[in-house]
Ligand binder design. Structure first.
Ligand SMILES: [Zn+2]
Length: 485
């Protein structure tokens, strides 16, 4: 049999490792006092240190070290009591110093892992601390067609942690799950705002393929420029297919960096991948080695908040939610906090979950809001739940009230008042309507009595119509049954 035939019949599997860069939400930059803020006027948060002027000295941001180590503790990593910073030399205009301060052979953490909902553990290789680069903008056209390039150094020197996995991820879907779990942990810890579209969470992927059943790693390509979870999945799918097609066609995979092009839906080669020696790493002579006391690590451990997995289990145990409900409600800390506040105020976790996973979710989407941006407070949603439980408004009216609340943050009682949505539970008033409907619909009454239960729903509908939707439907049904019985 020819090798081509073997290639044609071979099934391949993907081997993926992710490098996630997370901007830490510290007040100031990694080695200077400049503000760490997204969206400021370009080149306003810069100083001689982050611009790399001769004679300046960097100072390590204590909070950045704490944030990274807390992330490491949350993910079961080993914290290095001794680590150091190194210079990674490279020459691009986005780094004004011509080197980046990073960590080479003594990262702050090693080991650890992220547990996927499937139970699989994606092992971590390391988490290290470095500084971010500036941002380049190609003006007057795209890439090669650009007339000139503009650079904003506000981001240069912002604390960046790089979380590197082992090649444990087997599919684009697993990569997405990994990112989701990681993002949740980071949001709970409050160490980053993890906004992929603003670049505070960025992901590069090392992708290779190998015949199923073999263990040696194939030659990998590093895929960059993926700006959302969705583009990570699309880019990985494309890249795996591309490599499979290449191998089947008898081509050799080359080690290279490839950029994902969202618009065209493909990856393209940008440069052959640098080897570590190209960066000529050496210990930064301006920074002393970093020592972390064991007592400090113990204190950080004691300060750990409840993490997503523990919260998910608690919601199932204490509130009787399903795994599915608890999973969605604990995806990020804002949603989890909102849910707990509503459940507490409404004294009903089930109702709070039903509203948040149903109508509130739909309405937030409709108004292009999130639980973090809507003006509807948890207390107000709890009041709405109470209005329905007390029979003041119908379930149908409650949806209308909620729509206004999500959009404007108005109190539910005010919306009910303005729109005249209060339902009547006045039995004598409803009895009058029931009597009138029963007299006017002899045919339906007869067919109900002949055993056609559907006729009852028709009669309920007629009474509701006569009340212009305001009658309490439970009372309507009860009075009708009594009258027809
Ligand atoms: Zn600065």
């Amino acid at each position: 049999m020819s090798t081509a035939a073997i290639r044609g019949e071979t099934n391949f599997e993907a081997v993926i490792g992710l490098e996630v860069h997370v901007e830490l939400s510290t007040q100031s930059k990694m080695f200077c006092g400049c503000r760490n803020e997204f969206g400021a006027e370009p080149n306003t948060h810069v100083c001689p240190i982050c611009l790399g002027m001769p004679g300046t000295l960097p100072v390590i941001n204590r909070r950045a070290v704490e944030y990274l180590c807390k992330t490491g503790l949350a993910l079961g990593c080993t914290i290095a009591t001794d680590s150091k910073f190194d210079r990674k030399n490279y020459f691009y205009p986005d780094m004004p110093k011509n080197y980046q301060i990073s960590q080479y052979d003594m990262p702050l953490t090693t080991g650890g892992g992220v547990q996927l909902p499937s139970g699989k553990l994606v092992r971590l290789n390391r988490i290290h601390l470095e500084e971010d680069t500036g941002k380049t903008f190609h003006a007057g056209g795209h890439m090669a067609a650009a007339e000139h390039t503009l650079i904003d150094y506000n981001r240069a020197g912002v604390p960046l942690m790089e979380i590197v996995t082992e090649p444990d991820i087997a599919s684009p879907e697993e990569a997405e799950m990994y990112l989701g779990q990681l993002k949740a942990v980071l949001s709970y810890l409050g160490v980053s705002d993890v906004k992929m579209h603003e670049g505070s969470l960025r992901c590069d992927a090392n992708v290779s393929i190998r015949p199923v059943g073999t263990t040696a790693l194939g030659t990998k390509a590093e895929v960059k420029n993926m700006n959302s979870f969705r583009s990570v999945v699309r880019a990985l799918r494309y890249e795996i297919e591309r490599q499979e097609a290449a191998v089947r066609a008898g081509e050799r995979i080359v080690q290279e960096t490839r950029n994902w092009d969202e618009g065209r839906g493909l990856t393209y080669s940008t440069r052959s991948k640098e080897q570590a020696h190209d960066y000529r790493y050496f210990p930064d002579p301006d920074l002393v080695p970093l020592t972390i006391e064991r007592e400090t690590i113990a204190r950080w451990k004691a300060e750990m908040p409840e993490l997503p997995v523990a919260k998910r289990e608690r919601l199932v145990r204490e509130h009787g939610l399903s795994e599915y409900e608890a999973g969605i409600l604990t995806e990020d800390v804002a949603t989890a906090d909102y849910f707990e506040a509503v459940a507490h105020a409404a004294k009903s976790a089930k109702q709070a979950a039903n509203w948040l996973l149903g109508d509130v979710r739909r309405l937030l989407e409709k108004h292009e809001l999130t639980l973090a941006t809507t003006r509807m407070r948890p207390q107000q949603l709890a009041e709405l739940i109470a209005l329905v439980s007390a029979g003041t408004i119908s379930g149908k009216a409650a949806k209308e009230v909620c729509d206004v609340m999500v959009a404007t943050g108005e109190a539910p009682s005010a919306v009910v008042e303005q729109r005249g949505l209060a339902q009547t539970s006045d039995t004598s008033e409803i009895q009058g309507l029931v009597d009138a409907v029963v007299s006017a619909n002899g045919d339906s009454v007869a067919s109900y009595k002949a055993g056609k239960t559907k006729a009852l729903e028709f009669l309920v509908g007629q009474v509701m119509k006569a009340s212009r939707g305001k009658a309490n439907v439970d009372i309507v049904r009860a009075l009708l049954l009594e009258r027809l019985g």
